[in-house]
Design a protein around this ligand. Structure first.
Ligand code: HEM
Length: 403
């Protein structure tokens, strides 16, 4: 396997993921430079191997729509961002790491649960959950940490409801999920978290056999097409992808708006902008920030360069979403712009399955917070906010606010 071969890339290559610069909302300045000067460039990974980094909107979309690039991490040359990521990608066989037709076969079993119509039908329930969380958070208090009290429980409660996972177990699966998404957790920690979650979900699947539960896992059990392990792997993907992402988008969006009073005022004055504002915030913040990985199965030309078969590719969604060619004045947040062609949810066959749900959750969360807390403000200096530089999904570890 090429990644096990001792190999040392020239040290003048950019090491990725690169560090952010002065503004914690902006992608690493090195990606901006690459986008202008060398949009398809070789970079160095943590283990000394190299991969290609793509930074332009057009090139990122082209590769994500191209069958010659595989998402299957068992292919030689697949680029990993840490040792933990390597273990995870190769030990858990969920469809995010498979190619068609196997990927399509498994994904199709869930598409009905995540279409726009379903997400819209859930909107009133999501609103009740959000309003209940807000009421609990503000009762007899004038400050709180928005992450554990609102941003995280909202999508966590929703995905538990859909999957049929008891929310009372949230401390257990949130802690494991957090480890799985950490870029700095040790190999042993990642393996243990993966094993715990796998066992937990397999037990849940087994318990649902012979029952008539009206939820996604219950239905997959009754369909009797997949094994317990396959259903558990699917459940794990949905559980992990389904709460950390929306949670971080919620808190990071609120923080962004608190730092940009002009855009905040505009959104409060024109609530009908919420839908568009969510798209713009998804674009501007692009929380899947470390690069989506693929490997070339054949020689393929991208952006005027040939990527040889067997080479890894990292698609920098955060850079693509700031590309002026696709979004004029891309570094500017503008809640009134049309940002619908952003790639924050990816692109092509692996484009985020949960995006209609994520959109509804974010629209409701922002609306409930902005309407319910007209005096919302930071409770600590901005410099003290702990950003998630160490995590696969960007955001903040905590967000102390007052109202
Ligand atoms: C895939 C982002 C919310 C489930 C993806 C991908 C991205 C992404 C970038 C593509 C990965 C790739 O191409 O390798 C986001 C963001 C979210 C979000 C930014 C919230 C703001 C959700 C939610 C769910 C979910 C709420 C589930 C309920 C999935 C699944 C895939 C996926 C199952 C794999 C799809 C496939 O491989 O066919 N997401 N996601 N995501 N997401 Fe999301």
């Amino acid at each position: 396997h090429p990644i096990d071969r001792p190999f040392h890339a020239p040290t003048d290559l950019l090491a990725v993921p690169a560090a952010r610069g002065g503004c914690p909302f902006d992608p690493p300045p090195a990606y901006d430079r690459a986008r202008e000067e060398a949009p398809v460039s070789r970079v160095r990974l943590w283990d000394g191997t190299t991969a290609w980094m793509l930074t332009r909107h057009e090139d990122v979309r082209a590769v994500l729509a191209d069958k010659r690039f595989s998402a299957d991490a068992t292919n030689p040359g697949f680029p990993f961002l840490s040792s933990g990521r390597r273990v995870l990608a190769t030990m858990s066989a969920s469809f995010i790491r498979m190619d068609d037709p196997e990927h399509a076969r498994l994904r199709r079993m869930l598409t009905g649960d995540f279409i726009v119509k379903r997400a819209e039908a859930l909107r009133p329930r999501i609103r009740v959950i959000a309003e209940d969380l807000l009421a609990a958070m503000t009762r007899d208090r004038d400050h709180a940490d928005l992450v554990p009290e609102f941003a995280l429980p909202l999508p966590s409660l929703v995905i538990c409801l859909l999957l049929g996972v008891p929310y009372t177990d949230h401390a257990y699966f949130q802690q494991r999920s957090n480890t799985l998404l950490s870029n700095t957790a040790s190999l042993e920690q990642v393996q243990a978290a993966r094993a715990d979650l796998g066992d937990y979900l397999a037990e849940l699947v087994t318990a649902k056999r012979g029952r008539d539960d009206d939820d996604i896992i219950g239905r997959l059990v009754r369909q009797d097409v997949l094994t317990t392990e396959e259903i558990a792997a699917m459940g794990m993907l949905l559980l992990v992808a389904g709460h950390e992402t929306t949670a971080n988008m919620t808190s990071l969006s609120i923080l962004t708006l608190l730092r940009d009073p002009e855009q905040m005022a505009r959104l409060r004055a024109e609530p009908e902008l919420i839908r568009g504002a969510v798209e713009e915030l998804l674009r501007y913040l692009t929380i899947v920030h470390t690069g989506v990985a693929r490997v070339a199965l054949e020689d393929a030309e991208v952006g005027g360069r040939t990527i040889p078969a067997g080479d890894g590719v990292l698609l920098m969604l955060n850079s693509a979403n700031r590309d002026d060619r696709a979004f004029p004045d891309g570094d500017r947040l503008d809640v009134g712009r049309d940002a619908r062609h952003h790639v924050a949810f990816g692109f092509g066959v692996h484009q985020c399955l949960g995006q209609p749900l994520a959109r509804t959750e974010l629209q409701v969360a922002l609306d409930v917070l902005l309407t319910g807390l007209p005096n919302l403000r930071l409770a600590v200096p901005f410099e003290e906010i702990p950003f998630r530089h160490d995590m696969l999904v960007y955001g903040v570890h905590s967000l102390p606010v007052a109202w």
